[in-house]
Design a protein around this ligand. Structure first.
Ligand code: XMP
Length: 497
């Protein structure tokens, strides 16, 4: 029944995820027994095979922290200064689970209207009032809705309504101690301050409850010292070498992505050789690639992982503009086949819209998937929510869009800054998707169920079955695809993911 991957992908047609479907295997184990442990690079292990894309509307510190807490990993974008990127990476490495490391803060002269705007943008219930309105400066009080709800004048300064007599905990207090204090105080917020009274971080009731649930979620992705794993993208220009040096000097980088839409270039090979010489123990992710030949070239150069995909992303126009790329299912299979022979994990990057796409990418040889659009619009994504046509949205844009390139990302597309800029991506919005704390465990559980249906117990097991030919699949006609989607309903409510 069905075809092996080698047969299906050897026929001259390029396929993407929706074009292919796996045939069921035999089930003799529970979905909860499926093991999703994997490697994102040769040496970095993850409990959840999902990472977030280095895009300026997807991954900054909040996303990277939460991704690592959920067992995945975040890769910081580099449409910012070296100092900015180092600060973001340090926030991830210094994160203490259970605490908010960058609390919402306002100045005493800010108004109730400012507080309400902050609540809407950041989804917070309260704000710390500090001398200059930034976390890190002297704590003066706290404001929550209880202080503002009954006041009609929205121009009232927060200094008039804030609670000044705030219970705090010292920086040296352990998580257990802080949580005990929070419980006793019966409050929602407990600021942590240094010896001079500067706001360092915040303990919240929500964080406390989350920690209690922690044993049920995947293990955090952490380094040997227990600090969260973080990756960052850089380009391949001379100043990008200094970026890597700065991130490493701050001891805040576990893996670096050499970011390019077409990774098989002299520039990337030279950068790879340089980084390996300067930082031999740093894991280097190369790409993007879509062919076995491109993969071999970067593996020979020393790549520790390969990022796979060209033009498959939801915001990409590369295939249309440049006539180059590959269907994502074919790209993942062909690159992973070569990479697997050398023990190099692949990251299926772009085009992931649902849990089925993740299960397909992993079964076609990828060790992890990288998501942009799936995580854009979440609480952890950079940027603020706003309303469009009655829908709450956040911005999402391709790094090859004119808007993103204006901030520095044109190097990814080998763009010559002197001449005309050709966009290879679009900018727009995506709807509010809530927190990845809900999304990621849901996706992982759905993938476990998919693996159970295929009759494979782990990612390694799926890769073995694919290689041996016991994993069978077929191409789906467009009518079969329509049949596989919801049809003939008058109305229905679809729970996404
Ligand atoms: P998804 O489908 O998850 O894809 O939104 C995210 C991936 O798309 C790539 N990317 C781009 N590709 N033009 C492109 O051709 C762009 O402007 C662009 N921006 C991002 C990137 O690999 C990302 O991880």
């Amino acid at each position: 029944d069905g075809y092996t991957a080698a047969q299906l992908f050897g026929q001259g047609t390029t396929y993407t995820y929706d074009d292919v479907i796996f045939l069921p295997g035999h089930i003799n184990f529970g979905a909860h027994e499926v093991d999703l442990n994997t490697y994102v690079t040769r040496k970095l292990k993850l409990a959840t095979p999902v990472v977030s894309s280095p895009m300026d509307t997807v991954t900054e510190a909040d996303m990277a922290i939460t991704m690592a807490m959920m067992g995945g990993m975040g890769f910081l974008h580099y449409n910012m200064t070296t100092e900015g990127q180092v600060a973001q990476a340090k926030r991830v490495k210094q994160h203490v689970p259970g605490f908010v490391t960058s609390p919402a803060a306002l100045a005493p002269q800010s108004t109730i209207a400012d507080f309400e705007a902050l609540k809407a943008k950041r989804d917070v219930r309260g704000a710390c009032i500090t001398e200059d309105g930034q976390p890190g400066s002297k704590l003066l009080g706290i404001v929550t809705s209880r202080d503002t709800d009954f006041i009609n004048d929205r121009h009232t300064p927060l200094s008039d309504v804030m609670t000044r007599d705030v219970e705090t905990a010292p920086e040296s207090a352990s998580l257990e101690h802080v949580l005990e204090q929070l419980k006793k105080s019966k409050r929602n917020l407990l600021p942590i301050v240094d010896s001079q009274g500067h706001l360092v971080r915040l303990a919240t009731k929500a964080g406390f409850l989350e920690e209690q649930r922690a044993p049920r979620r995947a293990a955090c992705s952490a380094d040997g010292g227990g600090r969260l794993l973080v990756g960052a993208a850089v380009g391949t220009r001379d100043d990008d070498r200094a970026r890597v040096d700065a991130l490493r000097a701050a001891d805040a980088l576990d893996a670096v992505i050499l970011d390019s839409s077409q990774g098989d270039s002299t520039y990337q090979l030279e950068m790879l050789a340089h980084v390996k010489r300067a930082h031999p123990d740093l894991q280097v992710v190369c790409g993007n690639v879509v062919t076995g030949r491109q993969a071999r070239s970067l593996i020979d150069g020393g790549a520790d992982a390969l990022r796979v995909g060209m033009g498959s992303g939801s915001i990409c126009t590369t295939q249309e503009v440049c006539a180059v790329g590959r269907g994502q299912a074919a790209a993942v299979y062909q690159v992973s086949r070569v990479a697997d022979q050398c023990g190099v994990p692949t990251i299926a990057d772009g085009g992931i819209q649902n849990s089925g796409h993740i299960a397909k990418a992993l079964s076609l040889g990828a060790s992890t998937v990288m998501c942009g659009s799936l995580f854009a619009g979440t609480t952890e994504a950079p940027g603020e929510y706003f309303m469009v046509d009655g829908v709450r949205v956040k911005a999402y844009r391709g790094m090859g869009s004119l808007e993103a390139m204006a901030k520095g990302s044109e190097a990814r597309y080998h763009s010559d800054t002197q001449s005309l800029k050709v966009a290879q991506g679009v900018a727009g919005t995506v709807r509010d998707k809530g927190s990845i704390r809900t999304t990621v465990p849901f996706l992982a559980q759905a993938v476990r169920q998919g693996f159970q249906d295929m009759g494979v117990r782990s990612i390694a097991d799926a890769h073995r079955a694919l290689k041996q030919g016991s994993m069978r699949l077929e191409a789906r006609s467009s009518a079969a695809q329509a049949e596989g989607n919801i049809h003939d309903m008058h109305s229905f409510r679809k729970v996404r993911w």
